[in-house]
Write a protein that binds this ligand. Sequence first.
Ligand code: SF4
Length: 856
Amino acid sequence: MSGVTRSTCPYCGVGCGVLVDARGGVTGDPAHPANQGRLCSKGTALGETLDQPGRLLHPEVDGKRASWDAALDAVAEGFRKALAEGGPDSTALYVSGQLLTEDYFAANKFAKAVLGTANIDSNSRLCMASAVAGHKRAFGEDLVPGIYEDLEQADLVVLVGSNLAWCHPVLFQRLVAAKAARPSMRVVVVDPRRTATCDVADLHLAVVPGEDVALFDALLLHLHAAGLTQPAPGLEAALAAAAGAAPRLPPADLARFLAWFATTPRVVTLFSMGANQSSAGTDKANAIINCHVATGRIGLPGAGPFSITGQPNAMGGREVGALSNMLAGHLDWATPGEHAALAEFWRAPKLATQPGLKAVELFQAAGAGRIGAMWVMATNPAVSLPDAAAVRAALKRIPMLVASDCTRESDTVDLARIRLPALGWGEKDGTVTNSERVISRQRGFRPWPGEARPDWWAISQVAQRLGWDFGWDGPAAIFREHAAVTTLARPAQRVFDLAGFTTLEDAGYAALAPTRWPVPAPGVQGGRLQPMARCVPTPPRAPAHATSAGFPLSLLTGRLRDQWHTMTRTGGVARLMAHVPEPLVSMHPDDAGALADGALARVESAWGSAVLRLKLDPAMPPGSVFAPMHWTDRFAPAARINPAVNPAVDPISGQPELKHTPVRVLPVPMAWHGFVLARRPLPTDLAEWSARLPLAHGTWRHELAGEEAPAVAFARLRAAVAEPDAAWVTLDDAAAGTHRAALLRDGRLLAVVVLGATPALPARDWLAGLFAEERIGLPARRALLAGRPADGPAPTPTICVCHGVSAGRIAAAIAGGACSLAQVGEATAAGTGCGSCRPEINALLALAAPRVAEPA
Ligand code: SF4
């Protein structure tokens, strides 16, 4: 294994182990318990993200390059001023599930001990704060009782608000493999949308948005009536609160689900953002947990509730207390003696004495002018928070906004007064904890670029300027201190215990193998947990804002298979952008009215709007629309969906209601639609609507639409890409509404500009392929202007990004006789890589099935 680094994928809460070779090639780590060698499309493409353009390489103050000393002085001075003028609670940190545990620990200690405020919140608030609150109510502590193996050992797996196939693909692969090996296993998907995850489902319950609590309350009543419940604290109150629960589902489907759950002792209910991101998110978590607690199906092989996190280290943030309502190490303000023990251990007489503001409240406070200094680390709140236009305005109001990031290309970094260059994946060193409590090392294997430095180092340097010496010489020292915090105020019932790591030497830390907590002594690690548990009353209630005549549809936001957050990593990788190249809003055809598939549509709410391309999708439930949350100013400024999302939050967890905003969808008439392919990225203000993405061969694609006369736009776009010594080949037919041009120099294609009166334009993938050729001849130029290849079929979208296989090739293979996933794989290689595309191949097979079944 010499020259190979063992590390962890930085994308999602599955926390897959990876092996990185000397050339940056990434493969799955067969020895890691989370993935046992598997990777998904994002993990497989990690090597392509290492040399991202747009890195932030030097500190900047007020838009000018600065030394680290000058920048750190400015940060310290900004906090000093805010403390003097507004007190501790006028200062804040907003951090990220991307941070390593050691960076998270440093940030939390800086906020609560040095600044004396609990105004430190994490973007994990948007992801799983409701699960944390649900765990605390049920178990008294933030515990995930189960482990991934439970999904393989269960006889029934219920997935609630989880598009596992796209958001946690390796766990989905494990589930698919387990079901293939044991077909008697059943899978139920509870989701308003029919997602790719339904590919493995025996039953899809298209629950009405906001009715998950009613569903699990109904289940609790059914289990009790069937005599399957056992005495548990809180059960009677939970039953009383559930009385009359009536989810609006097809009666036969509901009856089948209730019967399956009742008769299957080995049942895992996995829940994720679809449940958490709700104004009743905490109740959803508890309604699920109640059913397991009341039947004793918890902490046993193949049985238990299972919260899965979105981000790679959301769990680490929870462990160090980097949320505004937590202390550190699962210590709690409410438990006598714990605050005092931490204050003494840290020698922090001004340790924050009460919880601080949660994310949405924090930015509302900033908008009201109550925050004088804020440090944002590794996250992009200007894009990712609901009511995002108000958040942008709030960020602009903060007198000292600091942003630490590895990228310069983030909407939030743009707004910051002080910018600090952070390390990226492959450069930083520390630990992360995945959704099954396994702590793994992320190890650096690349030199630090420019002047980038670890976040923990920058934090301790600012702390030093404010009179604190954290005394750390590296992440191992921080990890030991983190472990020591978990031993404070014992004996206590807290399960989270890293006592076995308090004496871990630097060498042991360097070599640390994946270890599941609790770790009460060196060499000991945890397994399934059977916590002291109680049921919690969860009376069903409707979402915070009801749909109305003015806003008759419910907007859900979510993620795409190959994208990650606000695209700061994945947006630069051509093959990851190939799967869904444009921001789409999906809607059932019955809701479309006069709206046409492929047209631009405005999604409008009481808070704001976004313009996206409409995709009519029969798999969408009528009454709901879906839009991805990834697009930013950098890629498609008009398609940022979060300005339209309502800022309602769960009253206990503070998690925003990202899965239900009342909206209407309106047509957006445009005088022209078009695209430009060029060998460089063009500005995103080329037209009223634009979306850009990188393609192979260093080419960029720009989708555009505008209101001016097409001929004027055509001339303007050609001028925008014109180059010296290059010549145009043009087809300009205003009467036919056809405007096409190619820019060439010595036969080499430099740019293509295409405009029309409607969105129906020539396929882009084939045209983009011409950029790979050194010289294109006359037939190709003619074909280029004709808008389709001289021979062969018109191109279709890419389905398998590992092998670059299009939908058309897969359809051809199916038409040629392939009638299973394996046979499509043999014919085209599609689906034989990471496996993330298998649900879509299965969907194509299912479409063709009736035809195959027809008699000849
Ligand atoms: Fe990374 Fe994919 Fe594993 Fe998630 S499932 S950790 S994105 S390889």
